[in-house]
Design a binder for this molecule. Structure first.
Ligand code: ADP
Ligand code: MG
Length: 229
């Protein structure tokens, strides 16, 4: 199944919400989580009180997940803008995803051959690639699999291909991809793909997805180069 997906309208609302909210929320959440975890270990609470603590902790963790999918979708700051090939960002994302991948028995490969440059917000690019990689890892079954990130030149564009050997998607699932809060995961946010679409929209790029149930999924991002910076 192969579909071309793009819907600019969906994305506009999100742009406005984003700002630096995620950054501002992350620290207090981390503090609250730490104290709740401490309290949970205290022997002086009753069973019912412990249930309240667990409930609070779960909610804080959920908020943290949302923030982590959103974190860099802040207003571009000039110091974050770079003119580059995506090499450093791809390497950074690989490093970042490795522990999560190995926890899920997933091997990660990075093939980088691109030499074309474009202008982008480094944090946002990393967040975009990371969200795709996270989904790839999360798509794997218990027996693990392979996540392959390839960045190369294709018809004078920068091509980013992220391929997994996971559960795949049906045609219906593909259609809903990128809609806010669409998630098939028990504790999913449904916000990860939104950032991906948003990033590509800003860069004038395109997203193609091919997926087969039970076989895996391949995302192909095509980004026009910007030789002058
Ligand atoms: P979340 O990961 O929190 O569920 P996302 O926006 O990142 O939210 O993804 C939305 C949904 O798209 C996922 O719940 C999943 O159903 C589907 N999806 C995204 N990427 C993949 C993938 N690589 N393989 C299978 N399904 C995927
Ligand atoms: Mg996700």
């Amino acid at each position: 199944i192969r579909e071309k997906l793009f819907d600019t309208e969906r994305l506009n609302t999100i742009n406005q919400l984003s700002a630096s909210v995620a950054h501002e929320i992350r620290n207090p959440l981390t503090v609250a989580k730490g104290f709740l975890q401490l309290l949970q270990q205290s022997p002086s609470f009753s069973g019912e009180e412990k249930r309240y603590l667990t409930f609070s902790l779960d909610e804080v963790k959920r908020a943290e997940k949302i923030v982590s999918d959103f974190l860099t979708l802040s207003l571009p700051q000039s110091e974050n803008m770079v003119h580059s090939t995506l090499k450093e960002e791809a390497e950074q994302v690989k490093e970042h995803i490795l522990p999560y991948a190995s926890f899920h028995q997933v091997e990660v490969k990075l093939n980088f051959t691109n030499t074309l440059e474009t202008t982008y917000d480094r944090n946002q690019m990393e967040q975009c690639l990371l969200n795709l990689c996270k989904n790839g890892v999360e798509a794997m079954t218990e027996s693990g699999g392979m996540l392959t990130i390839s960045i190369f030149e294709q018809k004078k564009n920068i091509a980013v291909q992220i391929e997994d050997t996971g559960v795949g998607m049906s045609k219906d699932q593909l259609k809903r991809l990128g809609k806010p809060y669409y998630s098939t995961k028990e504790k999913g946010t449904g916000l990860g793909m939104l950032i991906v679409y948003n990033t590509m929209n800003k860069l004038g790029g395109t997203i193609e997805v091919s997926s087969q149930k039970g076989k895996g999924t391949t995302f192909l991002l095509t980004i026009p180069p910007n030789p002058t910076g």
